[in-house]
Design a protein around this ligand. Structure first.
Ligand code: GDP
Length: 424
């Protein structure tokens, strides 16, 4: 029996979806445990290309059960739309391969609206939200002002709950932001419309997971975003509003006895980030443009150009520590093949001193990168499948990272397709 987890080590978009898609073969269950539809996991397989937002990446393997745990922000409308678009591409989605925790809280239309209203109020101080309602949703969840998915089975109780919530939420919407109030009919109607469609998928998934564990099934947990976007360990306030780290999986999945034998951290061979906030290793100008183009670094959800930079060994080592990673998948190595020499951020300068410790968020604002260069390999490596067949410079690059971050790199990805992988 194996319980493993795939997490992002950096700012997200490291290629977690691609790794889950590759590894699901070995797992009976894939479970998302935090975050919401603001994720954009890109998966390319025999069915085509998908940008998954809320759906677990195990859907493409027949016989794999996919679970949205209690820690996930479930937006019924966008989940339903995402399901339809995946079904249209020939993938079956039924309660036999997708289940939603009855304890998952529902992200409501006002959460999305509040995200936009607050970003507009912040103006140039905005956090760079994806405007999917994630921050307002988690704030409400911790105030116990959200609806649990399982309440859809109790319409009378739900109606009264909606009445209370509408009255409460309208205070903020109208008095703080001066926007139009919601009506009970509007919110309840929305819940009924999408709730009816999704009710067959909602159940006690914690019990399902406990039974699966007792039967010795293999379970894979799938994180959204990365260490540096984690609410507690990331670059506050430019984080997401949930815990993206592996340690949260036992809570957010509902399987409190989760063992996580293997914590697979995904690291990109260079750095990217979206949104606002310090990004110490950021490159600009032509150098940045070339890397962005080579890596196709545009947001899967928003299409926004991602900020790019060299691999950041300071942030990556910290990310590995936060995740307690036991194995690393280094992705997008093929993207660096055009470079004569490859920049690497080896240290930061903070208050005039060199450091390899990741600083407190406020100290990070003025941190400067120390950039060193290592030789490039200058050949196409996308067809390589064996470690020995990689050019020496590419192997040196992997081993240099491995040494700096203190964790074994067990996978080197050289393309987006399922089989474009070197397993060491
Ligand atoms: P996630 O959110 O961590 O799953 O990452 P994204 O899906 O946002 O970003 C990863 C992107 O890189 C996707 O477009 C993948 O198809 C692509 N990708 C993943 N691994 C590789 C790789 O090794 N090489 C190349 N060229 N692309 C990759």
């Amino acid at each position: 029996m194996a319980e493993s987890i795939i997490v992002g080590i950096n700012w997200g978009d490291e290629g977690k979806g691609r790794m889950v898609d590759l590894l699901t073969e070995k797992y009976d269950v894939v479970c998302r445990y935090q975050g919401g539809g603001n994720a954009g996991h890109t998966v390319i397989n025999q069915y085509g290309k998908f940008a998954l937002h809320l759906l677990p990446s195990g859907l493409f393997r027949p016989g794999t059960m996919n679970i949205l745990g209690n820690g996930v922000a479930v937006d019924l409308e966008s989940l339903w739309e995402e399901m339809q678009s995946v079904i249209e591409q020939g993938v079956d989605i039924t309660p036999e391969n997708l289940r939603i925790s009855e304890r998952a809280s529902l992200l409501l239309p006002w959460h999305r609206e509040l995200d936009s209203l607050e970003e507009a109020r912040l103006k140039d101080k905005k956090y760079g939200s994806t405007k999917q309602g994630i921050a307002p949703f988690y704030s409400d969840k911790y105030q116990k002002k959200t609806i649990l998915a399982g309440e859809l089975f109790y319409p009378e109780y739900l109606l009264n709950h909606v009445k209370d919530l509408v009255e409460w939420k309208n205070l903020t919407i109208t008095k703080v932001y001066g926007a139009e109030p919601y009506t009970v009919e509007q919110v309840y109607g929305w819940l009924m419309e999408y709730g009816e469609k999704l009710k067959p998928f909602i159940c006690n998934t914690a019990k399902y997971l406990r039974d699966a564990q007792a039967e010795g099934k293999n379970i894979l947990f799938e994180a959204q975003l990365g260490s540096l976007k984690d609410l507690d360990f990331g670059i506050c306030p430019y984080t997401t509003s949930s815990n993206a780290i592996a340690a949260y999986a036992p809570v957010g999945s509902g399987l409190t006895t989760a063992k996580m034998d293997d914590i697979i951290g995904v690291v990109k061979a260079y750095s990217t980030a979206v949104g606002e906030g310090p990004f110490t290793c950021e490159m600009f100008g032509e150098e940045a443009e070339k890397l962005r183009e080579a890596g196709g670094e545009y947001g899967a959800k928003t299409g926004r150009p991602r900020r790019v930079g060299p691999i950041d060994l300071v942030a990556t080592r910290y990310g590995v520590q936060c995740q307690a990673a036991t194995n690393i998948a280094l992705t997008k190595m093929d993207v660096l093949s055009y470079m004569d020499e490859i920049p690497v951020c080896t240290k930061y300068i903070v208050d005039g001193e060199e450091t390899d410790e990741f600083p407190f968020p406020v100290a990070l604002i003025d941190a400067k990168p120390v950039i060193e260069y290592v030789p490039g390999w200058k050949v196409d490596i996308s067809g390589v499948r064996n470690w020995e067949d990689l050019p020496q410079e590419a192997r040196d690059y992997v081993e240099m990272i491995e040494k700096a971050i203190g964790c074994r790199i067990g996978y080197v990805s050289v393309g987006p397709e399922r089989d474009s992988i070197i397993i060491r």
